[in-house]
Write a protein that binds this ligand. Structure first.
Ligand SMILES: Cc1cc2nc3c(=O)[nH]c(=O)nc-3n(C[C@H](O)[C@H](O)[C@H](O)COP(=O)(O)O)c2cc1C
Length: 192
């Protein structure tokens, strides 16, 4: 079966981000099992805070259109999000909000979300590992008509989870990441 193309979106812009490191570890694992991976940074797709007046005046920003096209060009998507105040950061929500405003002609609402599976992961220094952000993100993506795979990864104690090369240190975390990657590939292939 053809290897799916997987898009990885880290939800933090911070240098040294635990979530960017987890996104990198996930990319390595996807490559190891022969998937094609694109790992982006949202710093390359800056977007203003969503404002209906701005959209009415100037349309949807090109960065939202490009992000939506990028999702469309992949067969699976992994979003790796920090947890802020028990939910997802404004950066992640605002990006999703803008993408949902891109309406291509002859396309059903939510089609880009519907056509492929999404996986979600989070990393936090806390014991819960961003579990509440994952619950929020799952709800939002599901409301956008996305298929969100059952497996998810909440990386606890993320400030002590990586070695000097930014690889995951603990076998349980490595196994959880492998399991997430395997399931996203399986569901992507089924939906291709
Ligand atoms: C505004 C704000 C709110 C936060 N709220 C939470 C929280 O609810 N739960 C949690 O585990 N960590 C919380 N944190 C800590 C972040 O998880 C931590 O800063 C994490 O390292 C951010 O992700 P990053 O390393 O990928 O940038 C919060 C951080 C900020 C800045």
């Amino acid at each position: 079966m053809a290897a799916p193309k997987i898009l990885i979106i880290p939800g933090s812009l911070r240098s040294g981000s635990h979530n960017a490191k987890l996104a990198m570890a996930a990319a390595d694992e996807f490559v190891r099992v022969d998937a094609e991976v694109t790992r982006i940074s949202l710093s390359d797709f800056p977007l203003p805070i969503y404002d209906g007046d701005l959209q009415a005046r100037s349309g949807v920003p090109i960065n939202a259109i490009n992000l939506k096209r990028m999702i469309g060009a992949h067969q699976g998507v992994l979003i790796v999000t920090p947890e802020y105040n028990s939910s997802i950061p404004a950066l992640v929500k605002n990006t999703i909000d803008w993408i949902t405003r891109v309406q291509d002609p002859h396309e059903a609402r939510g089609q880009v979300f519907r056509e492929k599976p999404f996986a979600i992961a989070a990393a936090s220094a806390s014991r819960l590992g961003g579990t509440r952000a994952l619950a929020a993100l799952r709800l939002i993506l599901t409301a956008c008509h996305a298929t969100v795979i059952p497996n998810q990864l909440a990386l606890s104690f993320a400030d002590d989870a990586y070695d000097d090369m930014d690889r995951l240190k603990n076998q349980a975390d490595i196994d959880a990441l492998k399991s997430l990657v395997r399931q996203l590939i399986e569901v992507s292939q089924r939906m291709m």
